[in-house]
Design a protein around this ligand. Structure first.
Ligand code: PLP
Length: 391
């Protein structure tokens, strides 16, 4: 091909984000299933349960009417309902004017990063951590700054770690998730308050990913909304409300950022899918159903905490919240990708290698998602025990 023609179809450098290894695990699992095997899926981080029936009924009713664009910031009654959720669930007053409806929390990150940071901004994220934080920042021309967390701090960034990184080279922002993915660990309220205070004292903008709120077992998750009006809070209907495919989330933005984000949303997406917004508002009336789903995760968590050590996987991080368990497999392998592949092929249990979340130490870890059924958890433990028994 001529150089000029090649140039026309060469992807931009910023689009060169790494793939998600979990997708490779899913593809391998699909091949086993196509050949008649029965795989227990613990690789994908999503609930097996459907959306609340209140949400489904509201969407069904809305389907027969017109589904027009909504206001860019979201349907006003949904924004009001989200604000009320902060009063009901946390006892915090939130101005509905600061609530912005987004296309899942994923779009919330894009909007927040664009509104908060110039290209070249340095934003701290924890490792292990959710890979798209790094990849979205990089695609937007910002620099993700990984901060290695350890067991001593429940695998969360502390005030000291943040300030040390900032002294090394100034940071513009920090993003924290609690409960976190892939570890399922949580930051205590007092530590979150200290961290926000330290960040804001240094002019570091604070973003709190609260997508796994509602799924806390060890202690209650604290919201950054209680601690600061300047923090950006990101959340979603995907996890607690079992609405991953509906693609609807929200964020709380400091008042001066609301109008810039509105302009960005107008231009990037016009508005969030209307049907999903209608369903999301009604989802708040389905909390009793979602609490039952949560109790199922609690039972699954108990089965794994109890069963995995007997199966041979006896080292894992505190299983505080979300629906993840991050297990150290270094006793068996220094290559978590090979370990996950072998476990899938030989035991038909699919899990995600840690390298997706931590390119360095992730070679020693795999992540299990326990959002399936209790029967699947028992079966997974039995299969892993038999498999590791022959190791
Ligand atoms: C920590 C974390 N944040 C954000 C997301 C994005 O979710 P969504 O865009 O469905 O809200 C995920 C999805 O797995 C996640 O694990």
């Amino acid at each position: 091909m001529l150089d000029i023609a090649k140039h026309l179809i060469t992807p931009s450098a910023r689009s060169n984000v790494p793939p998600f290894m979990v997708m490779d695990v899913m593809a391998a699992a699909a091949r086993i299933e196509a050949a008649g095997g029965h795989v227990i899926h613990m690789e994908v981080g999503q609930p097996a349960a459907p959306a609340p029936s209140t949400a489904i009924a509201a969407a069904a009713r809305a389907l027969s009417g017109p589904l027009a664009y909504t206001a860019a910031l979201g349907i006003p009654s949904l924004r009001g309902r989200i604000a009320r959720h902060y009063r009901d669930s946390y006892g915090v007053d939130v101005d509905p004017g600061r609530v912005i409806v987004t296309t899942g929390s994923s779009a919330g990150f894009i909007l927040a990063f664009l509104a908060l940071f110039e290209a070249g901004a340095r934003v701290a994220v924890a490792t292990p951590g959710y890979p798209p934080y790094r990849h979205i920042l990089a695609a937007l021309g910002c620099e993700p700054v990984p901060i290695e967390t350890t067991a001593d701090t429940r695998w969360e960034i502390t005030r000291e770690m943040l300030l040390a990184a900032h002294r090394q080279k100034p940071l513009d922002g920090v993003l924290v998730a609690s409960p976190a993915n892939p570890t399922g660990t949580m930051i205590k309220g007092a530590a979150l308050a200290e961290l926000i205070e330290a960040a804001e004292g240094e002019g570091i903008r604070f973003i709190s990913d609260e997508i796994y709120h509602g799924l806390d077992y060890a202690f209650a998750a604290e919201t950054a909304a209680r601690l600061s009006q300047r923090a950006v809070v990101i959340n979603s209907f995907s996890k607690y409300f079992c609405m991953t495919g509906w693609r609807v989330g929200w964020m709380l933005a400091p008042e001066p950022l609301v109008r810039p984000i509105e302009r960005l949303q107008q231009n990037l997406a016009i508005s969030v899918p209307t049907l999903a917004q209608i369903a999301a508002e009604a989802a708040f009336d389905g909390r009793a159903e979602m609490e039952a789903v949560k109790h199922g995760y609690e039972e699954n968590r108990r089965i794994l905490i109890d069963g995995l050590p007997r199966a041979g996987l006896d080292k894992f991080l505190p299983v505080d919240g979300a629906f993840y368990l991050y297990a150290d497999v270094s006793r068996f392998s220094a290559d978590s990708l090979a370990f996950a592949k072998a476990m899938l092929e030989e035991a038909h249990v699919a899990a995600t290698p840690g390298i997706d979340f931590d390119p360095v130490r992730g070679h020693h870890f795999i992540r299990f998602c326990y959002a399936g059924s209790a029967a699947e958890m028992h079966e997974a433990v039995d299969r892993i025990a038999r498999w590791l028994g022959n190791w």
